[in-house]
Design a protein around this ligand. Structure first.
Ligand SMILES: Nc1ncnc2c1ncn2[C@@H]1O[C@H](COP(=O)(O)OP(=O)(O)OP(=O)(O)O)[C@@H](O)[C@H]1O
Ligand SMILES: [Mg+2]
Length: 146
């Protein structure tokens, strides 16, 4: 693998027919590049959760993906309502998803904690009425200690 692969995606709001397409595409690219299945899985789960959150909670948004030789960086941003209490939102089981969303199988309140679990680095910037940006990094090789 040489150089950096950069991809950008639009994430449509509340459209469940195409929700998950960006993370699915990135999964394919990583597999084709020969990234190990475990890393591909962790990356696509983390990206999928952030992507779906932008669809459901963020009024849609954008994804930027940079694949380097040693890591993948993913930025999912939206211009939605923002998250009032990020610490609370990060807790397993916390969700503001309405019944209509829960009926489709979302809204268990597990997405953000799943991202945290699968990403090597996670930074979330959010501001009320401005939007939310989720920055995810996954390294291709285990990081050795400090
Ligand atoms: N991009 C976002 N914009 C606004 N609020 C968000 C965003 N992402 C998450 N949240 C808030 O954080 C809560 C927790 O998010 P999380 O992904 O953990 O659970 P969920 O999306 O409700 O359910 P699940 O991911 O299990 O389907 C959401 O219910 C919502 O209130
Ligand atoms: Mg979620």
């Amino acid at each position: 693998m040489g150089g950096v692969v950069v991809r950008q995606y639009d994430i449509p709001a509340n459209d469940f027919t195409v929700a998950g397409e960006a993370s699915s595409n990135v999964r394919k690219i990583l597999s084709q590049l020969g990234v190990s299945p475990d890393i591909v899985k962790r990356t696509s789960i983390a990206m999928y959760e952030a992507e779906i959150n932008a669809v459901i909670h963020g009024n849609g948004g954008q994804a930027l993906v940079e694949i380097d030789t040693d890591k993948i960086y993913i930025r999912i941003s939206d211009q939605g309502p923002g998250i009032a209490d990020l610490e609370l939102a990060m807790q397993e089981g916390y969700s503001t998803a309405p019944d209509s969303i829960r009926e489709m199988g979302f809204g268990a309140g597990m997405g953000l904690s799943n991202i945290k679990k699968h990403a090597d680095q996670l930074k979330i910037d959010t501001e009320i009425d401005k939007g939310t940006t989720v920055n995810i990094t996954v390294f291709f090789k285990p990081q050795t200690g400090v």
